[in-house]
Design a protein around this ligand. Structure first.
Ligand code: BT5
Length: 320
């Protein structure tokens, strides 16, 4: 474990308590100047460590550094291989580089902060400290056309993991969002980005990027549309536990998916749907339509009733 990881771990579970430079230096076996330099590097990476005059340092907000435990040796037993970063531009970029290096499936890149987090269509994904941002490399033996429904499966697994760990019902919005109800409004707590490479009949790799707002502060500009789980629980949520449960449930679901396809998850997906049978506006390659969402089919396409016709949409997004 690097000095920086050890430094982060020392803040874990300390709440907003001030830790003196002297104490940190002693625990890390380095000088106080060295502590200061590492703190500065962490601050530059977006970790909210505050210098408190001459007294020392403290963390602002919800402190949870459980993710750095991914590097603990007991993780060698897992089906996946974690790579932990304090900060990076985007875990998608790291995972795609891993795919290009021919790494096998199961490698997963996790970061405390991302400076260039991405959503679909190159949209920006805000990734401050406190969220769960990771990208999982998969090499499924599937035709590329089947891959989008893997995103739906992952969304359903993520909502199951949230329910299992903190008891919150995060509902699904086709194709890749998780929403939480706030009064009359639905707010986004997570999004999934799937990127892939392959030929017509063969998938080479899939990178499944998961962004989940957990303990992070939502930037002001997104507050009317986005929410973090801790806003509901009013306490710091252990991100590693969420990650572990997601990875365990995903492993099982992925096995079923490879054998039976999305059909095995179709009923569960629909049971967790945010606005079943609601009228929505949808944007896809053939324009904008209005219709009633009636379900998802075995390929993961959205079934929409529009002007008394049933359509199956395999791509697009719900705009309102
Ligand atoms: C998504 O895109 O929802 C997919 C997000 C995937 C992020 C993960 S994090 C780990 C991995 N590394 C990456 O670089 N990306 C993946 P999309 O459906 O296009 O939604 C993007 C839109 O969501 C933005 O245009 C904003 O309106 C909104 N948004 C941005 N940041 C958000 C956040 N933290 N929480 C909720 N909404 C956000």
């Amino acid at each position: 474990m690097s000095i920086r990881h050890k430094l982060l771990k020392l803040f874990d579970g300390q709440g907003n308590q001030v830790l003196s430079g002297q104490l940190l230096a002693k625990r890390l076996g380095v000088t106080r100047t060295s502590v200061w330099k590492h703190v500065l590097a962490l601050q530059n990476a977006g970790i909210p460590i505050q210098s408190v005059g001459r007294h020392g340092y403290r963390l602002e907000g919800h402190a949870d550094f459980s993710l750095s435990d991914l590097l603990a040796p007991d993780h060698a037993k897992q089906w996946y291989t974690p790579h932990y970063h304090v900060s990076t531009a985007s875990t998608q970029t790291l995972a795609k580089a891993g795919a290009a290096l021919q790494l096998p499936e199961g490698h997963v890149w996790v970061a405390e902060t991302q400076s260039g987090g991405r959503g679909r269509l190159d949209r920006k994904w805000e990734s401050p400290f406190g969220g769960l941002w990771f990208s999982l490399l998969l090499r499924p033996k599937l035709a590329p056309a089947q891959v989008p429904s893997l995103t739906l499966t992952a969304g359903w697994v993520l909502s199951s993991a949230i329910k299992a760990v903190i008891g919150i019902d995060a509902k699904l919005k086709w194709p890749n969002d998780l929403l939480i109800r706030e009064g009359k409004h639905w707010k986004k707590c997570a999004g999934i980005l799937t990127e892939m490479s392959g030929q017509l009949d063969r998938t080479e790799w899939v990178v499944l990027g998961v962004g989940l707002n957990v303990n992070n502060v939502i930037p002001a500009a997104l507050r009317n549309q986005a929410i973090a789980l801790a806003e509901k629980t009013h306490q710091t949520i252990p991100r590693k536990q969420l990650f572990d449960v997601f990875m365990r449930l995903f492993h099982t679901a992925y096995g079923t998916y490879k054998k039976e396809g999305f059909d095995a998850f179709r009923t569960d997906y629909w049971a967790s749907y945010s606005r079943p049978n609601d009228t929505v506006r949808l944007k896809s390659s053939f324009g904008v339509i209005q219709g009633i969402v009636r379900g998802v089919d075995a390929s993961g396409a959205l079934i929409v009733e529009s002007r008394r016709k049933i359509r199956h949409l395999s791509e697009g997004e719900i705009v309102s």
